[in-house]
Each structure stands twice: as structure tokens, then as C-alpha cells.
Ligand binder design. Structure first.
Ligand SMILES: NC(=O)c1ccc[n+]([C@@H]2O[C@H](COP(=O)([O-])OP(=O)(O)OC[C@H]3O[C@@H](n4cnc5c(N)ncnc54)[C@H](O)[C@@H]3O)[C@@H](O)[C@H]2O)c1
Length: 333
């Protein structure tokens, strides 16, 4: 099969290697010409100093990538997703399958990537949609370390086809799900909780506190998933807890590391100035704060993280706000 990957960053270029390992033909599109050159000329991953196959090609011409394949993998940061999809919709003259691998929720609209795709791409240009997500540091997949993912689509036939496309018998096993909403929301919420876990780590709050925040964060993930119409089951699978475990305490995670820096006292502006790569969790915290307000959801941990990051609340006040809440049963509700 031929596939086009839009976004040749840490994850997009790594998926390119995986798909070539699996016997497919791949073209990467990226706006950054130096990434395109390094893939085409040096055959090296743009972020990791590791070789890529010579057959992996890249372009900075979106039309060329769109004409290359009927299967379009979306691997750009969610903040550019709406703009890119609008351009794509204007360029397309035949329908495509879209496979999203980005993890975030759009602030202001609180829309998931699938909602943005269905809103922006006209039905005549859209053959199908799926999300590929789960616990996966690009740093490990690029070294072909064992990884399990889930592909979710309301179209089970498409999910089954993609399961085969992305799986191999040496390091990648892909499950399928029809709970598109639950799977895509889990990936966005876990990034937000990873930021919180990072803040606790940066503050040296201790492992008890961090475990408590992560565990109670899962409950907030369940509430968000269900508020969008997804199932609790996804929160307890690879795309929920699985992805949270891999992210919430890992130095590979930009979300965890950004949280740690915030915990040590850095401002968001300072972090963005130092880290050019995508930090989805910080943006998701804003979107989830807005969602909680609109839908009347109880997301106390996300709420204090929002206040610390966006309203300069002191961490002492944030902890007081969490600890002075009414004592309650641990029941999941
Ligand atoms: N890094 C990982 O391990 C990993 C794993 C799973 C999922 N993800 C998700 O994948 C998404 C991308 O993450 P990443 O780590 O690859 O980020 P990244 O910052 O490393 O790469 C993003 C790439 O998109 C390109 N880009 C930005 N705007 C573009 C545009 N308008 N058109 C074309 N290309 C554009 C950038 O040049 C860059 O190469 C995020 O949503 C992230 O949550 C990342």
C-alpha cells in the first residue's frame, strides 16, 4: 500500500520507518524544508540521529503528497490541524482516508481531531477516518522496540485493514476498536495529566502525591471520555491508562518535562522559547478547562493545573484548593 504522512517530526518520520518496515511505500510531507532534505539526502530521522530507509521519501509540496496516496496520515500538531485540513480540502478532487495520530483537543471549540476533519473536509473528499493511538514514545519505536497500539474507527472494516497495515511480527502489534471517541479523547487527556505529574515532580512533591494525581486523573479522563460519548472501557485500555503510564513519569515525554519545568518555576513563555517541538498537554489543559465549564464537569486536577499554568495561581494555593474539597467516597462516578 502507498501512504502519505503529513508531518515528518518525531512521530511522523518514525511511522514512516515502521510502514516501510511493513512493506509499504511512504511519502512524508513537512513544511520544514530542512527536515525534507535530511530525509531525502541524508536518510536520517530529523529529530533522532538514527538512519531511515533510503526508500522513505519526503516533499514540501502538499499536492504531491496528496496525489501520492489515498491514505493520508495526519501527524502534525493539533494546533495546525484545522488550517492544514482547510488547505487539503481545497486541493482534493477525490476522496481520501484520513488516519489521525495527533493527540489533542482544540481550545475554544473543544473539538476532537475527528470532529475537525468531519467539519472541514467535505464528504466528497472523505472516504473514511480512523485514529491510531496508544502508548508509544517515538524514541522507542524508531529503535524498533516492542509497542502495542490501537486503531479506532466507526468503520470496523477500515480499522481491520489498518490493523494489518501498521502491525508486524517483530515489534508492532495493533488492536482495533470501534470507540473512536474514547480512543482519541484518552490520548488528549493523558497528555494533560502528564503535565500535572510533571509539575508535581518538578516541585518534589513525592511519589505518593504523584501516584494520587495520576490515579485521580484517570477518573477525570473517564468523565471527559463519557462527556463526549465515548466508553469507559477505552479509558482502561491501551489508549487511556496505557498511554498515561508511558507518558506520566517519562523523561521521553515533552508533556511531563514541560510540567517539571513549570513545577521548578518556569513560565509557559520560557518553556515555549526553549522547546520548539509540540507540547500538546499544555494546550489540552486549556481546552479541558473550557470543556469542564461548558459541560459542568468536575475535573478538579485539570482545573488547578489550568490555574497554575494560565492564571499564575501559586502551587500552595492549588494544593489547598484540592485538599479542602468535600471528603467523598472513592467510587467511580
Ligand atoms: N513524539 C511521539 O512520541 C508521539 C507519539 C504519538 C503521538 N504523537 C502525537 O503526534 C503529534 C505530532 O507530534 P511529534 O512529536 O511528531 O511533533 P513534532 O513537533 O516533533 O513534529 C511535528 C511536525 O509537524 C510539522 N508541521 C508543523 N506544521 C505543519 C504544517 N502546517 N504542515 C506540515 N507539517 C507541519 C513540523 O515541521 C514537524 O516536523 C502530536 O499531536 C503528538 O501528541 C507523538
Amino acid at each position: 500500500m502507498k501512504l502519505a504522512i503529513l508531518g515528518g517530526g518525531a512521530w511522523g518520520a518514525t511511522l514512516g520507518q515502521l510502514l516501510i518496515d511493513n512493506g509499504h511505500d511512504v511519502m512524508i510531507y513537512d513544511i520544514n524544508q530542512s527536515f525534507v532534505d535530511v530525509i531525502n539526502e541524508k536518510h536520517i530521522h530529523p529529530f533522532f540521529d538514527l538512519p531511515l530507509q533510503e526508500s522513505l521519501v519526503a516533499t514540501n509540496d502538499l499536492s504531491v503528497a496528496l496525489n501520492y496516496s489515498d491514505y493520508i496520515v495526519l501527524a502534525v500538531p493539533t494546533k495546525v490541524m484545522r488550517g492544514l485540513l482547510t488547505t487539503i480540502n481545497n486541493l482534493l478532487d477525490k476522496p481520501k482516508y484520513f488516519i489521525n495520530v495527533s493527540k489533542g483537543i482544540e481550545p475554544d471549540t473543544q473539538k476532537r481531531v475527528s470532529e475537525i476533519v468531519f467539519e472541514v473536509v467535505s464528504s466528497k473528499n472523505l472516504k473514511g477516518f480512523a485514529v491510531l493511538t496508544g502508548p508509544s514514545h517515538a524514541e522507542e519505536v524508531i529503535k524498533r522496540k516492542l509497542t502495542l497500539l490501537t486503531v479506532a474507527s466507526s468503520d470496523e472494516e477500515l480499522a481491520t485493514e489498518l490493523q494489518t497495515v501498521f502491525s508486524n511480527e517483530t515489534y508492532m502489534r495493533v488492536y482495533r476498536s470501534t470507540d473512536l471517541i474514547g480512543c482519541e479523547v484518552g490520548g488528549a487527556v493523558k497528555n494533560a495529566i502528564a503535565v500535572v505529574s510533571g509539575i508535581a515532580t518538578g516541585l518534589d512533591m513525592g511519589e505518593n502525591a504523584r501516584a494520587a494525581l495520576i490515579t485521580r486523573g484517570i477518573l477525570e479522563m473517564v468523565r471527559v471520555i463519557e462527556s463526549y460519548g465515548g466508553t469507559k472501557e477505552s479509558a482502561f485500555g491501551l489508549t487511556g491508562i496505557g498511554d498515561l503510564i508511558v507518558t506520566a513519569t517519562s523523561e521521553h515525554s515533552r508533556n511531563f518535562k514541560a510540567g517539571k519545568e513549570i513545577g521548578k518555576g518556569k513560565s509557559l513563555d520560557q518553556i515555549y522559547a526553549e522547546q520548539k517541538q509540540t507540547i500538546e498537554g499544555v494546550r489540552s489543559i486549556l481546552a479541558l478547562h473550557q470543556l469542564a465549564k461548558h459541560k459542568g464537569l468536575s475535573l478538579p486536577i485539570i482545573e488547578v493545573a489550568y490555574k497554575v499554568i494560565y492564571e499564575d495561581m501559586s502551587v500552595d494555593s492549588a494544593i489547598t484548593q484540592l485538599l479542602t474539597r468535600t471528603l467523598k467516597s472513592e467510587k467511580i462516578e
